[in-house]
Design a protein around this ligand. Structure first.
Ligand code: KG4
Ligand code: ZN
Length: 350
């Protein structure tokens, strides 16, 4: 089955074509980072408008790269949520209109299910069951995954998501948007041991996270170490980044090991933007190797938002006969554990 995937939930336009027999045929990603940079964060209305500008040219480009025409498509998948309402509507409208014109099934996909399944696009995909750590700008969740659509939430952040903590801390350090990857790059050059950040909620049982306290800790460090200028000297900045990143990574590693023990599972999948973090990957690999467990993740470009993960996730559900009615589905808030296993829908739905 040849499936077109469309991702427009936030500030990246992603389009891809996935074939259930041949794998990923083509994909393209356009990041709106420059557009939002001067505002220090995503401006929803600007995001929607830019998706409108990019979606059709990118569609043409990806089909050409895959060497196919629209008539070859068997189905279309788009991100139906969670995300920004206006941005979701753009992808949903394009996908639904194209599907209607072509007379093929269209399906709205859960963005986090896309992230969770992204490592399936790699050469050594994880087998079910596994524990997934979903770490993005909006989510930090540990999920027990028995099969596609069989998700049990084990624990999540009670305040900031891990990516959000990276971004907000980066803002305190006056780093340009998007701060997370910039902070991570600076952390590589800092001394981890100079500042000992807390490892929040690791001293008690449970799989919840809390990252908002790390911001306050950083704010106090900046206050203490700043010179004549508003910010501390460069080495101190690098050391703060290193200490902060180590605290987030250690906290995630501790909870992942706990989740594996609790579920008696041997496989961990990490997905979402923060799973691109090199320190997190390395420390998880080291920690899990000692316990005979394995960690799986997608290549860098498929950790952050992309169309390939949506094409893949949608394909699995479209193959089972799932499809939407002729409506644009956009659900800004949508808990992952509300999903069910792929299931057949009435055949006259479109
Ligand atoms: O999955 P994603 O692209 O979008 C959401 O669904 O939220 O994740 C974006 C988040 C941002 O908070 C960004 O700062 C963070 O992922 N991120 C990183 C890294 N790359 C992206 N955080 C830490 N280290 C990185 N290398
Ligand atoms: Zn995402």
């Amino acid at each position: 089955m040849l499936v077109l995937g469309v991702e427009t939930s936030c500030d990246e336009t992603g389009v891809a074509v996935y074939d259930s027999d041949r794998g990923l045929l083509a994909h393209n990603l356009y990041s709106q980072v420059k557009l939002h940079a001067e505002y220090g964060g995503v401006v929803p209305e600007l995001a929607s408008r830019d998706h409108v500008r990019k979606i059709l040219p990118m569609l043409d480009q990806v089909l050409a790269a895959a060497d196919i025409g629209t008539a070859d498509l068997d189905g279309i998948a788009y991100t139906a949520g969670p995300g920004l309402m206006g941005a979701l509507m753009v992808g949903g409208a394009a996908a639904t209109a194209l599907g209607y014109a072509l007379g093929i099934p269209v399906l709205g996909v859960h963005h986090m299910e896309g992230h969770l399944l992204a490592p399936m696009l790699e050469d050594n995909p994880p087998a079910f069951p596994f524990v997934a750590l979903l770490v993005s700008g909006g989510h930090t969740q540990l999920v027990s995954v028995a099969a596609i659509g069989e998700y049990e939430l084990l624990g999540e952040s009670i305040d900031d998501a891990a990516g959000e903590a990276f971004d907000k801390t980066a803002k305190l350090l006056d780093l340009d948007y998007p701060g997370g990857p910039r902070l991570a790059a600076m952390a590589e050059r800092g001394t981890i041991e100079r500042f000992s950040f807390p490892r929040p909620m690791t001293d008690r049982p449970g799989l919840e996270f809390s990252f908002s306290g790390l911001k306050t800790f950083t704010r106090n460090l900046i206050e203490k170490h700043r010179g004549d200028d508003v910010l501390p000297d460069e080495q101190t900045m690098l050391d703060i980044c290193a200490g902060f990143q180590e605290a987030v990574v250690d906290t995630l590693v501790i909870k992942c090991r706990r989740a594996l023990q609790q579920t008696a599972m041997q496989r961990l999948v990490i997905a979402g933007g923060v799973s691109a973090n090199t320190r997190l990957r390395t420390k998880l690999e080291e920690a899990l190797a000692k316990e005979g467990a394995e960690v799986y993740y997608a290549r860098h470009e498929f950790c952050t938002d992309n169309g390939a993960m949506i094409a893949y996730a949608g394909c699995q559900r479209l193959l089972a006969g799932e499809k939407n009615e002729l409506v644009i589905s956009a659900t800004p808030r949508w808990p992952l554990d509300q999903l069910t296993q792929p299931q057949s829908q009435p055949q006259d739905a479109i």
